[in-house]
Design a protein around this ligand. Structure first.
Ligand SMILES: NC(=O)c1ccc[n+]([C@@H]2O[C@H](COP(=O)([O-])OP(=O)(O)OC[C@H]3O[C@@H](n4cnc5c(N)ncnc54)[C@H](OP(=O)(O)O)[C@@H]3O)[C@@H](O)[C@H]2O)c1
Length: 172
């Protein structure tokens, strides 16, 4: 069976997800949730997001998308096209005995994989930030909200936020 494709994103009120190759906010609670949602799974990310993290993430296998054939990412897999990234991710998912592949961003990568994405885990951040990376606009007729959660804001969270899970509507 093919693993499902799950995008995980934190976005502000205007769909901004990044600024100067970093996150525009610090949300410790959300980072903990990201870790829990991704542990034991293959993750696909863009080269710029890989650069901003700067290291492998324990317990996860990272596939870095880049067109640079000379690029080297210590401790990660490389892919030159979205199709190649998905093939590697499916193979790793079998090895890791998981039925989920994570699309971890950034903007280019969320866009490139949107048509393949089965579910989106969104952290809606209650901020209006200035940024240069955006999550793609969603056609909401294609997505159904299946979960909504209002977590408590912790002391290390820059803003209020809530979690929304969208699932792709199946064609009848
Ligand atoms: N808030 C969130 O949830 C979240 C999550 C992740 C990242 N971010 C933020 O998003 C920003 C980065 O996003 P971004 O859109 O600038 O960059 P990105 O998506 O992380 O990476 C873009 C790079 O991926 C490679 N790439 C893109 N499409 C490709 C394709 N079709 N085939 C092969 N390679 C491809 C290219 O690498 P080469 O240039 O090497 O060829 C491209 O420059 C940062 O600010 C980061 O902090 C936010």
């Amino acid at each position: 069976m093919q693993a499902k494709i799950i995008a995980i994103v934190a976005r502000d009120r205007n769909n901004i997800i990044g600024a100067n190759n970093d996150l525009p906010w610090r949300l410790s609670s959300d980072l903990k949730r990201f870790k829990a949602l991704t542990m034991g799974k293959p993750m696909i990310m863009g080269r710029k997001t890989w650069d901003s993290i700067g290291r492998p993430l324990p317990g996860r296998e990272i596939i870095v998308l880049t067109r640079d054939t000379l690029f080297h990412a210590e401790g990660a897999h490389l892919a030159a096209t979205p199709a190649q990234a998905l093939a590697t991710a499916q193979r790793l998912a079998k090895m890791m005995q998981t039925d989920e592949i994570i699309i971890a961003g950034g903007g280019d990568i969320f866009r490139a994989f949107l048509d393949y994405t089965d579910r989106i885990e969104i952290t809606e951040v209650a901020l209006d930030t200035d940024g240069d990376a955006r999550f793609p606009d969603l056609d909401l007729s294609q997505w159904e909200k299946i979960h909504h959660e209002l977590p408590a804001r912790g002391p290390k969270d820059d803003a209020d936020f809530h979690y929304v899970t969208l699932e792709r509507r199946r064609k009848l």
